[in-house]
Structures are given as structure tokens and as C-alpha cells.
Design a protein around this ligand. Structure first.
Ligand code: SAH
Length: 370
């Protein structure tokens, strides 16, 4: 088993390198190269013999890109990655005027069972390590570097496959390494963490000293509707989820984002908009209305443009701050878990496992069928 270097904090790497007889400044150099995605052979300020030794015994990045799909509409890139054990995960790179945002997966699959989410259809295989989360960013930066526009990932959203708070220890370890000045140097203000509402972990996270933007997948104005689409709502009452949000706001001084995917015939009526406004009244929050990516397996469908508008207006009238999420990469299966599912269906898991991680990259652009 090769030593996974990206999975270590600077402190851990320093301790490890010390065991190999390397001074502390050496591990800082190594740490910085690893987070820049530079291969061992090109870590030019390390002695040649040490570079060779690292190359033979260690892994610089546990993640490799299997495939990229580029949207013709807005340049959004969907990435399919391979992990050392053959598992496959996915992510999305979005280009906004203010910079590049990467949507990361935190688990292989998910066990939360939300009815509308493709990530959860095959359950959860395992949580990702901190190194596998960092590795997705390193891969995306390497991809951006080939464009030669000087772009790099500045913002992170933990909104890919998986429930971040169900992989609590690795996600918090990831966030601490992410903000290391010698590494990726991405501050907590540039990170959003989305959760389906694991109440005890939300409270613990509020006390963690990692003040990211917290997004809550609420998707319903009351427990009855929420229980129809989100199994987790049977464990935690919405009032407790909202109380945990208030605690987070109090501890971090940051407003929370309420995510609400409008689902036809389930949660999108004007009366439900009014009810949502009532439960959110007085809370320092912002509602993000998400057009549903329909999941045909479950027979759930989005709503019309007119319904989105009237839902939004009802919230605005009640004084709730609300925007409609911009749709990115609408032509490339942007929704959680869709690309991974198609890949597993088409390639079969055997082929994925047999892959030797040689970094084979298939570039594909969808035909203009839309
Ligand atoms: N497990 C976390 C983060 C992953 S999902 C969570 O539940 O928040 C990121 C966001 O995408 C969540 O708000 C999720 O509810 C939403 N989502 C999942 N499937 C969707 C779909 N088919 N259409 C629209 N949004 C979806």
C-alpha cells in the first residue's frame, strides 16, 4: 500500500517526514507541491534521491480523472473521478464571473434515501477520506491549468454525492487542511456545506470553529411533506432542524441557506409558500429555489416557470430573501449522482476496478440535441 500523502495535514506530514530523517522545511515544500498537483519528479527543490524514494513508495493524489464532459451552454465541466479502490465519484466545475467553484462529493453514494436524489439510489459504499476530497480540487486545478487562462478553484461547495455530516471526521479534517496557507489556502468563507439536516452533527459543527456557509436541504414547509420525500425527517423534526440552524447562526454570525427544490404536486403550491414563509420568519436565512432535475426512476417532476415565479413572489411578499438557483450545465446531467450512475451502467463496475489509474482522460462534449 502506498502512503497517501495528500491525506495528511501539514503537521502530520511533518511528523511523517521527520521519521524519514527529513527536516521540517522539507515537509512544507512537499506539502505545497502536493496541493499544487505537481508530480514527485517535478518537485524541483527536493533532493533527487528523496524524489525517487517518494515516487516509489508514496501516492501524490489518490484521485484521477476518468472522464470530463463539457457543457456547450456555459463551460460547466462534469468530472468523473476514480479512487484507489476502483470506486467512481463525480463532481462539477462551474465558471462564474467571480471565479471557479468546484462541487465535491464527500461519500461514494449516500445512505440518506432522499426520494428525488440520484446519489442515494444504490446506497452508500463508503465515506471519502480528507485526501480524496482534496484530490478532487487538485485534479480540477490541473485541468484548469491546461486551459492556460490562469483560472483556479476559489470556492468549494460540498453538494456532490454524499451527506457531509454523515462523514463528519473526514469532512472536518478536510476543511482544516483546505485552509492551510501553504496548501490550497481556501478560507471557510469560500466554502458551502450542504446537509439534509443531521441535527446533532449540525450542533457539533457549529462549535467546531469552521464557519462555512451552512446550507440546509429543507425542501418542505412542514414535517408531513418532508417525511414523504426525505427519510431523515422521520428521525428529526423540522423544528429541531431549524433550531440547530439558529444555533449555527448564533455561533458563527453567518446566515444559513435554505435549499428548496420545487417538486410538482408535492411542495410547490402557493399555500405551501406561505407556510414556508411562516416557519422561516425572523430567521437570518436566504432561500435558494432549485429547479428539480427530474429523476425518472422515482416519477418526480419539476414545476413550470410560472409556478416557480409565483412561489418566489409569495416568499418575497412575506419578506423572505429568496433567489432562484441558476441552472448550470443543464445539458450534461448536472444533478447529483446522475453521471456516476450512467457510467456504472455503461462500463460496469468490473472495468472500473480493473483500471490502473493511469489517468486516462476521455473528453466528451454532448451533441446539440437540446
Ligand atoms: N447530502 C447533502 C448534500 C448533497 S445534495 C444534502 O442533502 O444537502 C446537494 C443539494 O442538491 C441538496 O439540496 C439536494 O437536496 C439537492 N438535490 C438532490 N437531488 C436533486 C434533484 N434531482 N434536483 C434538484 N436538487 C437535488
Amino acid at each position: 500500500m502506498r502512503q497517501e500523502l495528500l491525506n495528511m495535514s501539514l503537521e502530520e506530514l511533518t511528523e511523517w517526514a521527520k521519521g524519514q530523517g527529513q527536516p521540517a522545511f522539507r515537509s512544507r515544500q512537499l506539502f505545497s507541491w502536493l496541493h499544487k498537483g505537481v508530480p514527485f519528479s517535478k518537485m524541483l527543490n527536493l533532493p533527487m534521491a528523496y524524489r525517487k524514494e517518494l515516487e516509489e513508495t508514496c501516492s501524490a493524489n489518490p484521485v484521477s480523472v476518468l472522464e470530463t464532459v463539457v457543457s456547450r451552454l456555459d463551460g460547466t465541466v462534469k468530472l468523473l473521478y476514480r479512487l484507489p479502490d476502483g470506486n467512481v465519484i463525480e463532481g462539477v466545475l462551474m465558471r462564474y464571473s467571480y471565479g471557479c467553484t468546484l462541487c465535491l462529493s464527500t461519500q461514494v453514494g449516500c445512505r440518506m434515501g432522499c426520494l428525488f436524489c440520484a446519489s442515494t439510489l444504490d446506497g452508500c459504499v463508503r465515506g471519502l477520506t480528507a485526501g480524496e476530497m482534496l484530490g478532487q480540487i487538485v485534479c480540477a486545478n490541473t485541468l484548469l491549468a491546461t486551459d492556460g487562462k490562469g483560472e483556479h478553484i476559489g470556492n468549494i461547495v460540498l453538494m456532490g454525492s454524499g451527506e457531509p455530516l454523515d462523514n463528519y471526521d473526514e469532512v472536518t479534517r478536510f476543511l482544516r487542511i483546505l485552509r492551510e496557507p501553504e496548501g490550497l489556502n481556501i478560507g471557510m468563507r469560500s466554502v458551502s456545506l450542504s446537509t439534509c439536516g443531521l441535527v446533532p452533527q449540525m450542533k457539533r459543527f457549529a462549535d467546531e470553529g469552521l464557519p462555512v456557509t451552512l446550507s440546509i436541504s429543507l425542501h418542505a414547509p412542514n414535517d408531513e411533506v418532508r417525511r414523504q420525500i426525505m427519510p431523515i425527517a422521520r428521525r428529526y423534526a423540522m423544528s429541531d432542524v431549524l433550531a440547530a440552524c439558529r444555533y449555527y447562526i448564533e455561533k458563527t454570525g453567518r446566515r444559513v441557506i435554505i435549499e428548496y427544490a420545487l417538486i410538482h404536486g408535492v411542495n410547490a403550491s402557493p399555500a405551501q409558500a406561505a407556510e414556508l414563509a411562516r416557519v422561516l420568519r425572523g430567521m437570518q436565512c436566504h432561500v435558494n429555489l432549485i429547479p428539480l432535475n427530474s429523476v425518472p426512476e422515482r416519477g418526480l417532476h419539476g414545476v413550470s416557470e410560472r409556478e416557480v415565479r409565483s412561489f418566489k413572489e409569495a416568499l418575497e411578499k412575506a419578506g423572505i430573501s429568496v433567489t432562484r438557483r441558476r441552472e448550470m450545465g443543464d445539458d450534461i446531467e448536472g444533478a447529483c449522482g446522475q453521471l456516476r450512475r450512467r457510467y456504472i451502467r455503461e462500463a460496469g463496475p468490473e472495468e472500473v476496478t480493473d483500471h490502473d489509474g493511469g489517468g486516462q482522460i476521455g473528453h466528451r462534449t454532448y451533441p446539440d440535441t437540446k
